[in-house]
Design a protein around this ligand. Sequence first.
Ligand code: FES
Length: 123
Amino acid sequence: MSNTVTITLGNRDNATYQVNPRRPLLDTLREQGVDLPWGCEYGGCITCAAKLTKGDVDQRAQVALNNRQLNNGYVILCVARPTGDCTLEVGVESHDTLYRNPFLDPLADHELKADIATPRDAP
Ligand code: FES
């Protein structure tokens, strides 16, 4: 794996940052001045969620996202490490499909059981 990868922030004028792929994106982006929401810093609270629109990350340590949120492209920046160049949408603006209003969008029968993520195999 190379020493740095390029992270593009699609909703920040496509600003690019070189980051160490061995460290969580929350740390490497914040250190370069990117203003990001965050809370627990261990992958449990969902505050730091961002939407991955290109590339891939290793976020096996996250426990905050369910399968729907993963399928919508969400990543948990405090534990996610990029596996190559990535494009992200960050900040609360990227949370448009993170939460679900159960009154506007009721759960289907098959979704009534625990809505938790299934672990992904190691890359
Ligand atoms: S800061 Fe809590 S999940 Fe990332």
